[in-house]
Every structure is written in structure tokens, then in C-alpha cells.
Write a protein that binds this ligand. Structure first.
Ligand code: FAD
Length: 383
């Protein structure tokens, strides 16, 4: 038993680990190669109640806090990176935006099918001309009676190829800065809404990333989350909490790489003995295991603060920054330990090495995490 986790979380982890070993890991290479959303695997997650984790029980979810979710995401990430990105985007970005900021009517309408996995969620903030600087977004809404008309383009939207319910960030008045930004739910199939697949990703290739184009797309005002002008606050709040799940995903990726490296070091022979007996290899493994545990402690702290209702913005940025970069170092060492084999498909570490890279980019790059952390520790400064 790992001392951080409750008995219930250990049981949850064991259940997900068994499912992941049987259903996710054996198909992870195929998901990567095909660039197709793994519907069967998503259905399996839904049957375990994981697509509704952290959604209120009143709205069809299984409740659960961020420590439960972190446990689940690590297990999924250790088996299949793409499926972990799909789950994180569905649960902690798309569905959470509605769970936290929707009215009772909006939650009644959208959350039950999202919790059951019948429908899939996505989150659309990034645009062709703006990513880190979300204040620069240009997708507009204009009023038309009891509807809004959307125009603009979103980029790199995870799950978009399969998703049904999109939380979209728009501006009503660019001159108003953050006060002009709102969040509106757009459903697949709404006239004027087109989804264009974006192929050729380095890793996380099963997520069906796409560009979204809104061309005079009419959406009822009833789809606006919160009040007009709440969107920037919503984006920051959701990203703060979801970063804990990207950190958890990195724990999974790093653990997958470490496990593969340990197995390989125990059986590959060079110069008369298994390479696990060489000190250079042993020291790499020791550093990998230590960094993984440090990342887990940071992630657990951020999740615990979140669950206790305490401030956690700096801590979630630290967890995401450290876990993603540590996962990069761990994946790189795992490839090194595998020698030439690690550079080729179908080696697991080759896939993890590629899947890990985006964790330093999405939901805020490492540079943005460093900005969040340094602003917090420096506070207000004199000119
Ligand atoms: C596979 C994938 C999936 C994604 N999924 C989604 C999704 O589902 N929804 C969504 O909305 N977005 C998604 N994104 C977008 C992602 O969040 C952005 O790519 C990311 O926030 C960076 O924005 P950008 O690409 O515009 O880079 P830019 O913001 O243009 O940054 C370019 C470089 O400049 C650096 N930089 C920018 N500003 C500063 C600064 N102030 N100080 C120092 N350095 C700075 C950045 O760190 C980076 O190194 C996804 C991206 C990828 C690759």
C-alpha cells in the first residue's frame, strides 16, 4: 500500500490498473498508429463510471474528488497516453466547465449524458493567432434576439473529432479585454459549426484533434455559461484545476517508461551480464524513480489543496511544470536504457517519449507555469 492514498483510492487504482492492462495497453500502439478516437476504450472507461468522476451524483456522476481522479488518470496514462488525454479533456476540462459554471437547467441538460459517456466533451480556447495569451482571442458573439451569432476559428481542440458538447470561449467586445470574454456551449451538428480534423501530431495521436470553424453559427442564449463576461475567469479556474490532471497523466507516462526500462535492464545482456548490473544504468533508474516520486508528491499536494477548498493555483502550476518536465527526462532515459530498440516502434518507450512532449505545451506551456509560480512568489512589486 502506498502511504499517500486511502484504502478506497488503492481499490480504485487496482480496478483501473486491471482494466488498463487488459483493455488499454494492448491497443495503445494501434490507437497511436491509426490516429482514431478509441471508442471501445472510452466505452470501457464509461462502464467503470470513470467518465462521470468528479461530476455530482445528482447529475449522473460518481462524485469523487481530485485525488480519486488523479489516481485514475495515472493508471490510464501508464497504459495509453492518448486515452488519458481524452479522459482528462472530457472530465476535467469539458465536463467540469459545465459542472462548475452551469445553471441547474444546463447541468440537467448536458451532464448526465457526459457522465455516462454517451456524449463526449471538449474545450475550445486556443485560436490560430493566440494560445498562451488567451486575452487575444477573436472568436466573436453578437446578439440576435434570444440567440448569439458566433464567428471565428478555434485550433488544436482535443477530442473534437468525436465530441458532442463543446465549451467555447468567445468575445463580445474585444475592447473590454477580459471583461468581454464569455463561455458558450455549442453542440455538434449546430448549423454553421464545422469540425476540420488536424492530422500529423507527434504524439497523443488517438485524441482526434481538430480545428473548429464558426460561420454565422446561431446558438441560443440559454447556452451561455455564467454571465456575459465571466469567460476569462472560467478559463483560468478550469485550467488551474485541470493542470493537476495533466500532472497525474505525466505520472502515468513516467511510470510506464520506468517500468519498461526496469524490465529491459533486468533481461538485456551486454559485456557478459544483464545491463541492470551496470552502475550507469542503475543510477539512471534511481534518478527516474526519485523524480517520479517527487512529481507524485507535488501532484498529490495540489489535489489535496483543491479537495480541501484551499488555494492551489501555484501548487497546481508547480505540479504540472515539474511532472511534465520530469516525465520528459524519465522517458528520455528509458529510451537510452533500451538502446536502439527504444528508438523503434513498437517499443513502448518510443511512444511514451513522443506522447510526453505535449504535456510541456498544452494547458499552459512550461513558460506559462513559471510565470504563474513566479508571480505568486514575487507578489506586487514596486516599479
Ligand atoms: C496536441 C494538442 C492538444 C491541444 N488541446 C487543446 C484543447 O483541447 N483546447 C484548447 O483550447 N487548446 C488546446 N491546445 C492548445 C495549447 O493549449 C496551446 O498550444 C498552448 O497553450 C500554447 O499556445 P500556442 O501554441 O499558441 O503557443 P504560443 O502562445 O504562441 O507560445 C509560443 C512560445 O512562446 C512562449 N511564450 C508565450 N508567451 C510567453 C510569455 N509571456 N513569457 C515567456 N514565454 C512565452 C510559449 O511558452 C511557447 O514556448 C492543444 C495543443 C496541442 C499541441
Amino acid at each position: 500500500m502506498r502511504p499517500l492514498y486511502s484504502e478506497q483510492q488503492e481499490m480504485l487504482a487496482a480496478t483501473v490498473r486491471e482494466f488498463a492492462a487488459k483493455e488499454l495497453a494492448p491497443r495503445a500502439a494501434e490507437v497511436d498508429e491509426s490516429e482514431q478516437f478509441p471508442r471501445q476504450q472510452f466505452k470501457g472507461l464509461a462502464e467503470l463510471g470513470l467518465t462521470g468522476l468528479t461530476i455530482d451524483e445528482a447529475h449522473g456522476g460518481s462524485g469523487g474528488d481530485y485525488r480519486d481522479m488523479m489516481t485514475v488518470v495515472e493508471e490510464v496514462g501508464a497504459a495509453c497516453g492518448s486515452t488519458s488525454t481524452i479522459l482528462v479533456t472530457h472530465v476535467s476540462l469539458g465536463s467540469q466547465t459545465i459542472n462548475q459554471f452551469g445553471s441547474t437547467e444546463q447541468k440537467d441538460r448536458w451532464l448526465p449524458p457526459l457522465a455516462s459517456g454517451e456524449k463526449i466533451a471538449a474545450f475550445a480556447l486556443t485560436e490560430p493567432q493566440t494560445g498562451s495569451d488567451a486575452l487575444g482571442l477573436t472568436t466573436t458573439i453578437t446578439e440576435d434576439g434570444d440567440h448569439y451569432i458566433l464567428n471565428g476559428t478555434k485550433l488544436f481542440c482535443t477530442n473534437a473529432g468525436a465530441a458532442d458538447i463543446f465549451s467555447v470561449f468567445v468575445t463580445q467586445d474585444r475592447s473590454a479585454g477580459y471583461r468581454g470574454i464569455s463561455t458558450i456551449v455549442v453542440e455538434r451538428g449546430t448549423p454553421g459549426f464545422t469540425i476540420n480534423p488536424q492530422h500529423g501530431k507527434m504524439g497523443m495521436r488517438g485524441c482526434e484533434t481538430a480545428e473548429l470553424v464558426f460561420n454565422n453559427c446561431r446558438v441560443s442564449k440559454e447556452n451561455l455559461l455564467g454571465k456575459p463576461g465571466d469567460g476569462y475567469k472560467i478559463a483560468l479556474k478550469i485550467l488551474d484545476s485541470s493542470r493537476i490532471m495533466i500532472a497525474a497523466q505525466c505520472l502515468g507516462l513516467a511510470r510506464g517508461a520506468l517500468d519498461a526500462a526496469v524490465d529491459y535492464a533486468r533481461q538485456r545482456k551486454a559485456f557478459g551480464s544483464v545491463i541492470g548490473k551496470k552502475q550507469a544504468i542503475q543510477f539512471m533508474l534511481a534518478d527516474m524513480a526519485t523524480e517520479l516520486d517527487a512529481a507524485r508528491l507535488l501532484t498529490f499536494r495540489a489535489a489535496s489543496l483543491h479537495d480541501a477548498g484551499l488555494p492551489y493555483g501555484k501548487e497546481s502550476a508547480m505540479a504540472k511544470l515539474y511532472a511534465s518536465e520530469a516525465a520528459g527526462r524519465i522517458a528520455s532515459k528509458a529510451v537510452q536504457i533500451h538502446g536502439g530498440v527504444g528508438y523503434f516502434k513498437p517499443s513502448v518507450v518510443e511512444r511514451i517519449y513522443r506522447d510526453q512532449r505535449v504535456t510541456e505545451i498544452y494547458e499552459g506551456t512550461s513558460e506559462i507555469q513559471r510565470l504563474v509560480i513566479s508571480r505568486d512568489i514575487l507578489g506586487e512589486m514596486p516599479e
